[in-house]
Design a protein around this ligand. Structure first.
Ligand code: C2E
Ligand code: CA
Ligand code: CA
Length: 638
């Protein structure tokens, strides 16, 4: 802000100070008028009566103006008010001085002179301080109220009046010094207050702004939302769009932070341009943005969502690089999905979470079932941490059988959770929660340790298969953790088989490759699980030392089984025999299925036909029975 502008604001404040106390103005006017009226009546002098009448009119007018405009003169034209005040003040001062001078001129009784003259001097001195905010007005009033007295006294030329004229004249520079002094103090304090107010405003604005994009930040969003709610019409809805850029971290990691910042600014610009007037656009942490605006209908918010998504998805050209960035979006409406701010934010957040889980680049509107899902997940998460300690988890073992001999070659370890209230929980229900929350790392270590211990009790040719989640493998020290578990159980590494799925290889990760290399070199074997459900890329089979491929049970049983699936199993089995890998058919429930997969060339089989997953003592019993009842315990019909 320029010095002029600041001066102008200070001036306005000072002008308004003239009007701050209309009561002092009224008391002053009342005193003057009553003094003049008293003198006019007592003296009966016509000139004084006319002067008094004018004084009364001006006094009443001034009080009326002050009462009408009051101290809120800030908004009004300061110049006009100043002029109005100036005219009234100067006329009143001159009339006061004039009536007092007339009492000397007509040589009225001493008490009458005393009353009017003392009032005029008091008025002159008083205004010179009261109106010090505008020194020209203050000085003008003082001079106008004292000058008639001085002139008339000088004209009378008697000794006492000469002394009076001289002393009163000296009063003028003395009071002027006081006026200027006060003016400086006043101006500086008003200016200082102005400056600190402006600084405070600026700091507050900074605290509410995101530096990278210039959008509102979290604090700014809160502030603007509260303001929006106060002005929103009853028949309107507030739509909250929560956007999360997909894989933004990769942009940052591969192209650097400056490019990342560029992308964020560009996203911010597009959001601002696409959002309707009056919408709030905010950046909410790393790569999340929030747009809030009033809408009349739900379909209006759908339209807006698709506009936003379309705009964000257009390719970006930054520093010569062409980038495409997907966005997931969660949307919640107020009051439909929450009647207060916190609830709507939570709803939009949940909707966003669902959009992300459903695969990226998706939009999802909040739905009440999302809350139930989340509650169950949260419950499971909390209880899962305690479950290990409380001994609610156990490992069951399902045999994997040699389709030639019918003998058990391996047991697959499958975790079971017996919840005291909810009953038996399926791994499909809690393993994903454990993966999302990282609990799988503790849980997985425990499973491997238990499985290794159980296997150490079995005959040497029987091996154990353990499922590993990608999260578990990516955790630091994962390979060492597994080797330690083997050491503690005194189990030879060659008796452990780790089942991994293709999802592990979706992100090319050196750590994964090193994990597999390290454990393979120690003798641990790897199996590719659920083959046929994912990418089923032969690339992984070529790159990593798999000893086994497990063909997913959807190829063995279920609605899609037929000539096609049979051909696929044959092809995979052929591949296995050439590469000297075992091919396991999963989910075998009937003897026909067993025959079919064996004829197709699978070497191993697993499924309810042989046995469900059983506790460790039953697994041991199965092995013992097998030894007693040679040649086979399972009915394998040739
Ligand atoms: P998976 O690794 O494919 O495990 C095989 C699943 O198929 C097991 O379900 C097993 O009980 C089931 N199954 C076996 N034979 C048959 C059959 O003949 N018919 C049918 N319909 N199903 C059969 P479960 O135990 O419910 O496990 C489900 C999934 O949970 C597993 O699929 C695995 O991905 C995961 N999981 C289980 N235990 C663990 C574990 O200890 N660690 C990890 N990371 N994941 C586990
Ligand atoms: Ca498995
Ligand atoms: Ca499987």
């Amino acid at each position: 802000m320029s010095g002029d502008a600041l001066d102008d604001r200070v001036r306005r404040k000072l002008v308004s100070s003239l009007y701050t106390q209309p009561s002092s103005l009224a008391i002053g006017a009342l005193c003057g008028i009553s003094a003049a009226v008293t003198v006019a009546i007592m003296s009966g002098n016509r000139a004084i009566m006319i002067g008094t009448l004018l004084l009364t009119l001006v006094g009443v007018f001034r009080v009326a103006v002050a009462a009408r405009f009051g101290p809120e003169s800030d908004r009004r034209d300061a110049r006009l008010l100043e002029l109005l005040y100036e005219t009234g003040a100067f006329s009143f001062a001159f009339l006061t001085g004039g009536v007092a001078a007339l009492t000397i001129w007509f040589d009225l009784d001493t008490p009458q002179q005393l009353l009017m003259v003392s009032y005029a001097i008091a008025y002159g001195a008083g205004t010179s301080t009261r109106n010090a905010g505008l020194p020209m007005i203050a000085l003008g009033q003082m001079v106008l109220s004292l000058a008639p007295l001085i002139i008339v006294a000088a004209i009378r030329a008697e000794a006492i009046y000469i002394v009076f004229a001289v002393t009163t004249t000296l009063l003028i520079p003395a009071m002027a010094a006081v006026t200027f002094n006060m003016f400086n103090v006043l101006r500086e304090s008003v200016a200082a207050a102005e400056t600190s107010q402006r600084m405070a405003d600026k700091m507050r604005d900074l605290a509410r702004t995101d530096v990278v994009t210039g959008l509102s930040n979290r604090a700014g969003l809160n502030h603007e939302m509260v303001e929006k709610l106060m002005t929103m019409r009853d028949d309107q809805k507030l739509a909250l769009f929560w956007l999360d850029l997909d894989k933004f971290k990769e942009v940052n990691d591969t192209l650097g932070h400056p490019v990342g910042d560029h992308v964020l600014s560009e996203v911010a610009r597009r959001l601002r341009e696409t959002s309707p007037d009056g919408a709030t656009v905010a950046r909410f942490g790393g790569d999340e943005f929030i747009v809030v605006c009033e809408v009349d209908t739900r379909s209006q918010s759908e339209q807006l969502a698709s506009n936003l998504l379309e705009e964000i998805s257009r390719p970006y050209r930054i520093d010569g690089e062409r980038l495409e960035i997907g966005t997931s979006m969660g949307i919640a409406l107020m009051p439909d999905d929450g009647t207060d701010l916190d609830t709507v934010m939570q709803s939009a957040d949940l909707a966003l979470y669902h959009a992300k889980v459903n695969g990226r680049n998706q939009t999802s509107f909040f739905d009440a079932s999302m809350t139930r899902d989340l509650m169950r997940r949260k419950e499971i998460e909390a209880e899962l941490r305690a479950a290990i300690q409380r001994d609610e988890l156990s490992i069951f073992f399902q045999p994997i059988v040699d389709l030639e001999t019918g003998r058990i070659k391996t047991f697959e370890a499958l975790v079971r959770w017996f919840h005291p209230e909810k009953g038996e929980l399926r791994p499909d229900e809690f393993i994903p929660v454990a993966e999302e929350t990282g609990v799988i790392i503790t849980l997985g270590n425990w499973i491997t340790a238990q499985a290794a211990k159980a296997c150490a009790q079995w005959p040497e040719e029987v091996t154990i298969a353990v499922n590993l989640s990608p999260v578990q493998i990516k955790a630091p020290g994962s390979a060492l953790g597994i080797l330690n578990a083997l050491k503690e159980a005194k189990l030879d590494p060659s008796r452990l088989e780790l089942e991994v799925t293709e999802s592990l290889f979706l992100e090319d990760n050196h750590h994964t490759a090193r994990f597999i290399e390290k454990l393979s070199s120690e003798g641990v074997r790897f199996a590719l699980d659920d083959f046929g459900t994912g990418y089923s890329s032969l690339g992984y089979i070529n790159k990593f030392p798999f000893k086994k491929i497990k063909v997913d049970r959807s190829f063995v049983s279920g609605p899609n089984v037929g000539r096609k699936s049979d051909a696929i199993i044959r092809a995979v089995a052929e591949l296995g025999s050439r590469l000297e890998m075992d091919i396991v058919a999963e989910g075998l429930e009937t003897i026909d299925q067993v025959r079919a997969v064996r004829d197709a060339g699978c070497t191993l089989g697993q499924g309810y036909y042989f046995s469900r997953a059983v506790p460790d003592y039953l697994a041991a019993t199965l092995l013992a029975q097998e030894r007693e009842k040679e040649p086979t315990s399972f009915r394998l019909v040739g």
